[in-house]
Write a protein that binds this ligand. Structure first.
Ligand code: NDP
Ligand code: OXD
Length: 323
């Protein structure tokens, strides 16, 4: 589809690729937000380089696809995670911009608050009890006595912290680099040296970590042994951060009480995966934060304009860090 102002030619072109979501809502959003952008759905992408600055907005493109379009100046990821791009050995050497729009942050903040409250208020226990027709009360602590540690205190982690604080939880955050205090109410930890102090006091651990060589299998048996007995976990970052067998073992012994998992090493989660039937596990199908067309179109158009003016938008992938 071509979208342009009546007055003149388009200012830039966007090559769009997302096969699991209807394209119409995206075309409509871009037409509304930036009529001066030519919006091309796959496979109708022009291959010939021309004068029109060309950008791509993609989710999980087949490896090698982007390399076939040398006119692409920068690649916008439809998600905050970029592992769907970095797995491509032929990924062109152009800036990659992570999604970090307000819609995604708001969605994630809602999901993390929902999961925290479910775990704190013993919903997984009640689901188990209902299956057994057991009517047994559980007396949970007040939020002020529940510590929630957010592993991966970046854009989404910080967005998730605010509603948790409003709800009365104690909140801490762990990141790779030392952060300036965002609020005196949040305890901040950084790097491998800060990990033990971050996770030790936590009743609920929330992972919003990207998958990188440093975070792969971070949540393993050694990690879980340093947590409080009966700790609860939410993983909405990436599945590769958890050693699945170690987590199942810790659930079986009660070291981990319950978990809510939104992301997995293999997605869709295979039908025979033990997570499906484990009584301590609630599975959600990678829906913690959804990229919404209007909010995302605004974000991408702002980024394109920064490029057109000779700058670089923020949230650019740092390939040396892997996120
Ligand atoms: P950011 O890059 O803003 O934040 C990532 C955070 O992880 C940063 O605080 C970073 O530290 C920290 N981090 C990275 N590596 C390490 C490490 N080795 N040790 C300690 N901390 C580390 O990303 P977003 O917040 O935007 O997104 C986070 C992730 O959430 C995405 O990568 C994606 O995997 C996932 N996601 C999942 C969705 C879902 O629906 N389930 C939706 C959207 C995103 P530092 O601040 O020092 O850089
Ligand atoms: C992701 C996303 O990166 O859905 O997982 O945005």
């Amino acid at each position: 589809m071509k979208a342009q102002t009546q007055e003149g030619a388009p200012r830039a072109r966007l090559l769009f690729y997302e096969v699991s979501h209807p394209t119409e809502s995206w075309a409509k959003a871009f037409a509304e937000i930036c009529p001066e952008l030519e919006f091309c759905t796959y496979p109708d992408w022009p291959e010939t380089p021309d004068d029109l600055p060309t950008f791509a907005l993609v989710w999980n493109p087949e490896p090698g696809l982007l390399a076939r379009y040398p006119n692409v100046r920068a690649v916008f990821s439809l998600g905050a995670g970029v592992d769907h791009l970095t797995k491509d050995p032929e990924l062109p050497d152009v800036p990659v911009i992570r999604m970090s729009d307000d819609g995604l942050k708001a969605d994630m903040a809602d999901y993390i608050l929902m999961c925290t409250m479910m775990l704190h208020r013993a919903v997984p226990t009640f689901i188990r009890q209902q299956r057994e027709r057991t009517f047994k009360r559980v007396f949970t602590a007040e939020p002020k006595d529940v510590t929630v540690c957010i592993l991966g205190f970046g854009a989404l982690g910080q967005a998730a912290a605010a509603p948790l604080l409003r709800q009365g939880y104690r909140v801490s955050g762990w990141s790779r680099s030392v952060k300036k205090a965002l609020s005196t109410d949040i305890d901040l930890y950084a790097g491998p040296d800060g990990l033990k102090s971050a996770i030790g006091p936590a009743d609920i651990l929330v992972s919003l970590l990207p998958e990188t060589p440093d975070t792969k299998d971070l949540i393993n048996s050694a990690f879980l042994k340093t947590c409080k007995s009966g700790v609860k976990i939410v993983n909405a970052g990436r599945g590769g951060v958890i050693n699945d067998q170690d987590l199942i073992n810790a659930l079986d012994t009660g070291q981990v009480e319950s978990v809510i998992l939104d992301v997995f090493k293999t997605e869709p989660l295979p039908a025979d995966d033990p997570y499906w039937s484990h009584p301590g596990v609630i599975v959600t199908p990678h829906v913690a934060a959804i990229t919404r067309p209007l909010s995302a179109a605004n974000y991408v158009w702002e980024g394109i304009q920064v490029f057109l003016e000779g700058g670089q938008p923020s949230a650019i992938l740092d390939t040396s860090r892997g996120y």
